[in-house]
Write a protein that binds this ligand. Structure first.
Ligand code: FMN
Length: 653
């Protein structure tokens, strides 16, 4: 069914695959950014039937971050863009969305408007209540932008009424305390959304598609709960003829993570809710949304009649050719989304969207199975079969180089593969799975299970060497180094390797000293919780997981709370005889003060920043040929840096 066409009103969609709206953050201060155009063009070429763009600017306050639809200044760009997408037999919707009071910057932001004068639940930004006159202008501006987009050749618009943004702020009793006609009752709270829908209908007519993304469950008891979501959907559809509906979860609160479900959620986690909500508005086609990553899952959703369309967000960031590959029976060669939410992390930092498992996002050659050939094929040695070395070897081989790759583990994937064996991390394995499959297809000389020496590398007479040999955690300075040799305190990775082999659980407390703050450390904490009665994280900073995107941090904090993993912040361990004599580990605030104790400690492990493993660097460099360091072997960072650098060197060679 995934490739059967669907008639939605007057529009024929060639298949059932929709690109969900995602902010890309290319910026538009110089007009439409070439990366923006290329990103969507690649997804249209990749076979999606309908693309919903990121939010366009329909008010001057939306600024140069967004593609401008509030006046004609970018109309030529918009027309060219819409034509390019239409040329691929793909329909195009622009998203209409306003953040209202929701901001992700600390401190007090001025000039914000919201449904009520209530602070944002994440960053406490304080809005002023929108007046009826401002609301009228808002409605007019949205309709005016829709008319402009229609003239430029867009099929329609999607109103985003979820995610804790302005429409959601009006819909939810948690954020809307108004007593005028825009609050107080369900009809009042829905009025702004309905007025915008109606104004667009009146201005653009029935030949302009109108999709609405509604909150399905924002995770707050006094917010939009599933029963309230059902009432809102019924009410909306009774007031305005909507062409398409979808549902999103979470809101701008501690439940924000729900909008980007990761491995801590089941696959397609919200399908039963979507099915129930769809039954409330049987006449309107529904797009299923939320962690749909695999064509077989998508097919199942359609076959069961749970939705008419499947909307893919992150899955299409990772592989724009997902639809084409699915259609050609090549699902195995899809690069799968690993639900790590790094893409969201990049855009929240104001950077263009990027992906751990797709270093080529928005590149002109993003869809190509093999990359432009190298001018002169060379013999290349890659040492290290982590995801950085694998990406380098794959990219170089795709360009026609003759590549030999060494990896000391029997399996490719390095530390990412180890992490994928931890709780709630399984998806991560597909980065290396894909790379490995490609290396086999490309005939790369794979020497796994071999720790390469400089002589081994030089024996193949390489014309260039790429070192991707990873990094090792540094010893935590708060503890005497003798504890390592005496076995009292161990590297978390070594502990994990050992625990994965050990069945069952044991009594006592495992203490994890966290100076790392990345996701793998907390996945390991969950493994510790599977294996020990209690786990305590001693954290050097103000909170755990500060080096991961907010949504990932929320998930980590939720899991620790749910699983009873205790977190002590801004503390450090202090070694005393009591630990050696009685198993009581002392710790104290990093600012000083009295010692406190954790009793019945049976394991102490640490996660710290890592230093590059560069043993081969000097001997190979001295041998004369070019030697490059990439990934953690250059500077230990995250998987995104690893694949990006692997790709970059593969292109440079
Ligand atoms: C990087 C990123 C940016 C997003 N930006 C928006 C946005 O601007 N508007 C919106 O309605 N949803 C946005 N979303 C949410 C997606 O539309 C979608 O609801 C979510 O990613 C879940 O779908 P998925 O599991 O297929 O990724 C964004 C998601 C991501 C990953």
């Amino acid at each position: 069914m995934l490739f059967s066409p669907l008639q939605v009103g007057p529009w024929r969609l060639k298949n059932r695959i929709v690109h969900a709206s995602m902010s890309l953050r290319y910026g538009a201060s110089q007009g439409m950014h070439p990366g923006y155009h290329q990103y969507y063009l690649n997804r249209a070429r990749g076979g999606s039937a309908l693309i919903i763009t990121d939010p366009v600017g329909f008010l001057p306050t939306h600024g140069p971050e967004r593609v401008c639809a509030w006046n004609d200044s970018m109309a030529d760009d918009l027309c060219r863009f819409a034509q390019a997408i239409r040329d691929q037999d793909c329909h195009l919707l622009a998203q209409i969305q306003d953040n209202g009071r929701a901001r992700r910057v600390p401190g007090r932001v001025s000039g914000l408007r919201g449904a009520s004068a209530l602070p944002d639940d994440l960053f406490y930004a304080m809005p002023e209540e929108l007046t009826p006159a401002e609301l009228e202008a808002f409605v007019e501006a949205a309709a005016d932008a829709a008319r402009r987009l229609q003239r430029c050749g867009y099929t329609g618009v999607e109103l985003s009424a979820g995610h804790g943004h302005l429409f959601h702020q009006f819909l939810s009793p948690h954020t809307n305390l108004r007593e005028d006609g825009y609050g107080a009752t369900l009809a009042g709270r829905s009025r702004l959304l309905e007025e915008v829908c109606q104004a667009i209908r009146q201005t653009c007519g029935k030949g302009f598609m109108l999709a609405v993304k509604l909150p399905g469950d924002d995770g707050l008891r006094d917010g939009v709960t599933p029963p309230l979501a059902a009432q809102i959907a019924r009410h909306l559809v009774a007031q305005v003829p909507v062409d398409l509906l979808s549902y999103t979860q979470g809101t701008h609160h501690h439940t924000l993570e729900m909008h980007l479900p990761d491995d801590s959620y089941p696959r397609q986690p919200f399908m039963s809710l979507i099915r129930r909500l769809k039954a409330e508005t049987p006449a309107v086609p529904v797009m299923a949304l939320g962690r749909i990553t695999d064509p077989a899952e998508a097919e199942g959703i359609l076959a069961r009649g749970d939705a008419e369309l499947v909307a893919l967000g992150r899955a299409l960031v990772t592989d724009p050719a997902w639809p084409l590959k699915a259609q050609r029976g090549m699902a195995r060669s899809i690069r799968y989304c690993v639900s790590c939410n790094s893409c969201w992390g990049t855009i929240i930092q104001g950077l263009p969207i990027a992906c751990d498992n797709n270093p080529r996002v928005a590149h002109p050659h993003e869809l190509d199975a093999d990359l432009p050939a190298a001018a002169a094929p060379k013999r290349i040695a890659v040492v290290g079969a982590g995801i950085s070395g694998l990406e380098a070897a794959m990219t170089a081989a795709q360009r026609g180089h003759q590549v030999t790759l060494w990896g000391h583990g029997a399996m490719p994937g390095g530390k990412a593969q180890l992490q994928s064996r931890l709780p709630i991390s399984e998806s991560l394995s597909s980065i290396a799975d894909y790379q490995y499959m490609q290396l086999q297809r490309l005939g790369v000389d794979l020497r796994l299970g071999q720790r390469a020496s400089a002589q081994d590398v030089l024996a193949i007479q390489p014309q260039a060497v790429v070192l991707a040999t990873g990094a090792t955690m540094v010893w935590p300075q708060a503890l005497p180094t003798r504890l390592r040799d005496e076995g009292w305190v161990q590297d978390l990775r070594e502990v994990v390797v050992d625990l994965l082999k050990r069945p069952g659980a044991q009594a006592g407390v495992a203490v994890l000293y966290d100076l790392d703050q990345t996701a793998g450390t907390y996945a390991a904490a969950e493994l510790l919780k599977d294996k020990f009665e209690q786990v305590v994280i001693l954290c050097g900073r103000e909170s755990v997981a500060q080096d991961v995107p907010l949504v990932v941090r929320q998930r980590i904090q939720r899991r620790c709370a749910e699983r009873g993993i205790e977190i002590l912040t801004q503390v450090e361990p202090v070694w005393t005889d009591l630990m050696e004599d009685e198993g009581s580990l002392a710790y104290r605030s990093i600012f000083g003060g009295a010692l406190r104790y954790i009793d019945q400690v049976v394991l102490i492990t640490y996660a710290t920043p890592r230093k590059p493993d560069v043993d081969l660097w000097a001997p190979l460099r001295d041998s004369g040929g070019p030697v490059y360091r990439i990934g953690d072997c250059l500077l230990a960072r995250d998987p995104m840096a690893a694949t990006a650098e692997g790709h970059a060197i593969g292109m440079r060679l």
